[in-house]
Design a protein around this ligand. Structure first.
Ligand code: GLA
Length: 385
């Protein structure tokens, strides 16, 4: 995959020899802070090296023509076409166009080609990456001025309203504001954030893909959201001035426990604990205590598995096998759950052993093949100059 190759594809597909603009948009991995973003809490993601590449050229009319090299599919529609498409990738573009259209000034369409090495449906936010790259292409071509947090919020609205997934802000924010060699400590309540340098020394971030499609993710995600809302409405009676689980202390949750179903209590306990773990992780990382950071990752996985119940056999096997390898400080599921990827902190000299051993044990125990990606943190979506 290279942008030069993609330009050739563009010329071939559109027979256009005019000037081209080139873009890249990375995926993201969340290091810790899962299912906290729609509870006004903390997250700690970074943008990753796997990315979507795009080559685009402005049109003078309102037509949009897009070719996906990965799906070998061509789509053509008008900027103002609001009809849902049977191909999901087109709906991410249309969702962004609806939101950009609402700002005014969206008049010029584009011809564009895309290619990606970011696995689709694996919990590394290929959909958010695709929304963001389209937001950047269409806003720059139409001179619509948006700052980075606005871009993230616009793409989240596209996903919530047009695509119909009730996600939080984490994915779009990480892809919009990602910073090389740093992870973003984001307060999702007011979007204040700090880029914390990932001083990992001889350790590496290893992502392991279960290759299990996240089929349950949509419905279970919405159920978890409403269980969190139920917890808040119950705790309001005893804990006073709270609007989200972010405001709840563990003692307050324990005091209100008898008023709620066990399932709701467990969901809330995960969120309250996870928020505290993010704050602790950032402190540990700043202090150079990677061992502590790793332990917090492991505790996060246990909580997601036992209290929030969004893990699955494949994710649990991957984490268990990872934790058996010497030189692994921590390992956890990342993203919404029910499949997708794990993230682990692995000593560089153990990475090969990790891939071989976790890969073979995973295959033996699940009958599926795992994929591994070693990544550093990279900058967010950008035009390639
Ligand atoms: C998905 C959502 C995010 C976040 C995570 C869970 O990735 O898109 O907003 O809620 O799940 O942490």
């Amino acid at each position: 995959m290279s942008v030069v190759e993609l330009e050739k594809t563009f010329r071939k597909v559109f027979g256009n020899s005019g000037p081209l603009a080139r873009f890249r948009s990375p995926g993201r991995v969340n290091l810790i802070g899962e299912h906290t973003d729609y509870n006004a809490g903390f997250v700690f993601p970074c943008a990753v090296e796997m990315e979507i590449l795009a080559v685009a050229s402005a049109r003078s009319d309102s037509k949009v023509r897009m070719y996906s090299r990965d799906f070998d599919e061509m789509k053509e529609f008008d900027l103002n076409d609001r009809a849902k498409d049977e191909k999901s990738w087109v709906n991410y573009v249309k969702g962004v166009l609806v939101e950009l259209g609402a700002m005014g000034g969206l008049v010029r369409g584009v011809d564009a080609v895309f290619e990606s090495n970011l696995p689709v449906g694996s919990g590394l936010s290929s959909s958010a990456a695709f929304e963001l790259v389209n937001c950047l292409i269409f806003s720059s071509i139409n001179d619509i001025i948006l700052d980075r947090p606005e871009m993230a919020l616009l793409c989240q609205r596209a996903e919530n309203r047009f695509v119909g997934v009730n996600c939080g802000i984490m994915d779009q924010f990480a892809i919009s504001l990602g910073k090389k060699d740093s992870a973003l400590f984001l307060d999702t309540r007011d979007l204040s954030y700090e880029a914390v340098p990932l001083n990992l020394g001889q350790y590496r971030i290893v992502i392991a893909n279960t290759n299990k499609p996240r089929t349950l993710a949509g419905s279970a995600y919405n159920t978890r959201r409403s269980e969190c809302e139920t917890a808040v409405s119950i705790l309001k009676k005893t804990a006073g001035n709270i609007t989200a689980l972010r405001d709840v202390k563990m003692e307050e949750l324990e005091a209100g426990k008898s008023g709620m179903e066990d399932r709701v209590y467990r969901r809330a306990k995960h969120v309250v604990g996870e928020n505290a773990r993010v704050v602790e992780s950032v402190k540990a990382l700043k202090a150079g205590d990677l061992g502590k950071f790793g332990k917090l990752m492991a505790a996060s996985h246990e909580s997601l598995r036992d209290l929030y119940q969004v893990s699955c056999k494949e994710l649990d096997v991957m984490v268990e096998e990872a934790m058996k390898i010497r030189g692994v400080l921590g390992s956890r599921m990342t993203g919404a759950g029910f499949g997708g990827c794990t993230v682990s902190l692995v000593e560089s000299s153990s990475v090969e052993e990790f891939k071989v051993s976790v890969g073979s044990q995973y295959a033996a125990k699940t009958g599926s093949k795992a994929d591994f990606y070693i990544t550093t943190a990279v900058d967010g979506v950008s035009q390639i100059t």
